[in-house]
Each structure stands twice: as C-alpha cells, then as structure tokens.
Design a protein around this ligand. Structure first.
Ligand code: PRT
Ligand code: ZN
Length: 283
C-alpha cells in the first residue's frame, strides 16, 4: 500500500486530486478525512498542509507526495524529486517598490527583505555575495514594504497582479517552480514499483492535455497533402473506405492549431471531420 501526501486545501489540492483520479486513484472527497483509502489502486491519501509534505515524505510517514517545488527547495529535506507534474507553475522573485532606483543585485546590500522562503533567499544572497537582512513572515508578504516592515520582498509570483496592486516591481526571478512528485529515498522496491506505475499513468494523463483526436474522410488524391499537414505522433492511421477513391484519416493533434488545421484540410477536400476529446496517451 502506497501512502500519498497531498495538500489538504489550497492551490494544489484540486489539481492533485484530479490528476490522481485521472490516474485511477480515486477517493470520495465528500467523505473527506485526514487519511483516506483509495479505490482502484493500492494507495491511501493523507491530506496535509503543503509545508509539512516534504518532511512527512522524508520521514517515511508518507511514501510519495505532491507539492510545489518551492516547498521542496525551502525545506531541503531528504526526498527525491521523481517527476514534474505540469501544474501549479510559478516563480519566486525579488520585488522592490516601483519608486525604488533598482540598478542590480547590489541594491539589496543592507536592505530588509520580507519573505516566507528564508532558506532559498539566504542561499541566493550567499551565492551572490549580498549582505541583506532577511525577515521571515508568513502571510501577506506583499504588504510589508508599504507597511514599513521591509524594503523589498521575496515571494511567489504567478500573473504578477499582486505585485502591481501593491506598487511593487519584480526585479529578479530566482526560482521557477511547479507541482512535483516527491518520494522517500528509502522506499521499498514493492512501493517503488507502485510509484513507477503511477508516474507512467501521470505521464499518459499529461500527454493527453491540450490534444484532440481527429477523424476525417479525404479523397485518395489529396492524401499525401493531408498527411503533410498533420503532425502525427508516428504517422497518421489511414483506413480505406468502401468507395476506393476515398479514405479515412485518423490522428492526434494539438488543440492550439485545430481550427487552422481543419480549414486547411477542408480546402483540400476533407469531409466528415470529427474532433474527439482525448483523455490519456500511453506512448
Ligand atoms: O495551507 P497550506 O500551507 O497548505 O497552503 P499555502 O497557503 O502555503 O499555499 P497555497 O495553497 O497558497 O499554494 C500552494 C502552492 O501553489 C505554492 O507552494 C506554489 O507552489 C503554488 N503556487 C502557484 C502559488 C501561486 N501559484 C501563487 N500565485 N502559491 C501562491 N501564490 C500566491 C503568492 O503567494 C502571491 O500572494 O499568489 C500571489 C501571487 O499571484 P499573482 O498571480 O498575483 O502573481
Ligand atoms: Zn503552506
């Protein structure tokens, strides 16, 4: 039985649970408990604050966990990063009041910087020979400069909207982060096999994101041109039709360019175009 740590509530909870569910590990969130046995996979889910996930996995109280890479870097526990999960993307950046005359990293010498990520910042300043005062605060870091508590902040940025509305500008992007799967380094071979199975399922789920399955009929005379328009995984599937002048073409395409592609295919004679949702791609 694999014990998986997931953020109990907050920004990563929903997508973590969705990913697990799509990978065949489902729990009934209506009967939400601290520890829940999953259906469909020999696993149980333990719901924790994200700050506690690296340590829980390092101590083996959970075997694997889903957490922001920023928390892994800050806590510096003995865990292995097994896989990037492609959601929860953000960066941790230094930001200063927009009125400041920022000329470079030297600016921070002798300054007070407020953050909830003191260890990452300490290391960054040490690597760059900056001697600044780090003030650790939990909660609304972005209001510290206006409140006179700090000269700058080091905080998570995603759209940048929070900085703008607090009169701050991002001046140094220090660490890029996304949700990652972490694992206890001493996990048994049996549990590691389950973890690997989950990792390949996660990959299949991720491969399906932003992809559609396209089916269409095309005159055989336009087949080569149609194939050249389609970026298939290997090559598109071509199926003969009862009418030997036509065939059916099937392939996976990116949702991004879908409309342009459909219009190009129509212009060379494609008909009966079907676009189907895709759930998972096992390569
Ligand atoms: O209760 P618990 O301790 O579990 O949760 P938490 O409050 O510590 O964390 P939570 O739920 O806010 O975030 C969990 C994880 O989501 C973080 O550790 C990051 O890995 C990731 N993440 C992604 C973010 C953001 N994007 C994000 N934008 N975490 C926080 N923010 C905050 C940021 O702190 C700032 O206040 O959003 C604001 C900035 O957003 P923009 O879009 O205005 O730039
Ligand atoms: Zn937290």
């Amino acid at each position: 039985m694999l014990r998986i740590a997931v953020q109990a509530k907050g920004r990563l909870n929903e997508q973590s649970m969705e990913l697990l569910n799509a990978a065949g590990v489902s729990v009934n969130m209506e009967k939400r408990k601290f520890l829940m046995r999953a259906e469909g996979f020999p696993a149980e889910i333990i719901l924790l604050r994200d700050d506690d996930i690296p340590q829980t996995v390092a101590l083996g109280a959970a075997d694997i966990g889903i957490v922001g890479y920023n928390e892994v870097a800050e806590k510096d526990m003995d865990v292995n990063v097994l896989q990037k999960l492609g959601f929860g993307g953000c960066r941790i950046s230094l930001a200063v009041p927009k009125t400041a005359n920022y000329t470079g990293l030297d600016y921070f010498n002798g300054k007070r910087v407020a953050t909830s990520y003191p260890e990452i910042l300490r290391k960054f300043f040490a690597d760059n020979n900056i001697d600044a005062e780090i003030h650790t605060i939990t909660g609304s870091v972005e209001i510290a400069p206006a409140a006179g508590l700090a000269d700058a902040i080091f905080d998570i940025v995603s759209s940048g909207g929070t900085l703008v509305s607090n009169g701050l500008v991002e001046v140094e992007k220090v660490l890029f982060s996304e949700a990652v799967l972490i694992g206890n380094p001493d996990i048994s071979e049996e549990k590691m096999a389950l973890a690997r199975q989950l990792m390949s399922r996660f990959e299949a789920v991720r491969n399906g994101i932003g992809k559609k399955y396209l089916l269409l009929n095309i005159p055989v005379s336009a087949l080569d041109e149609a194939i050249s328009l389609l970026p298939a995984m290997r090559s598109p599937t071509v199926i003969p039709l009862a009418n030997s002048e036509w065939c059916s073409l099937q392939t996976v395409v990116d949702e991004k360019n879908l409309w342009n592609l459909i219009e190009s295919l129509k212009s060379i004679g494609a008909e009966g175009i079907l676009v189907l949702s895709l759930d998972k791609i096992v390569l």
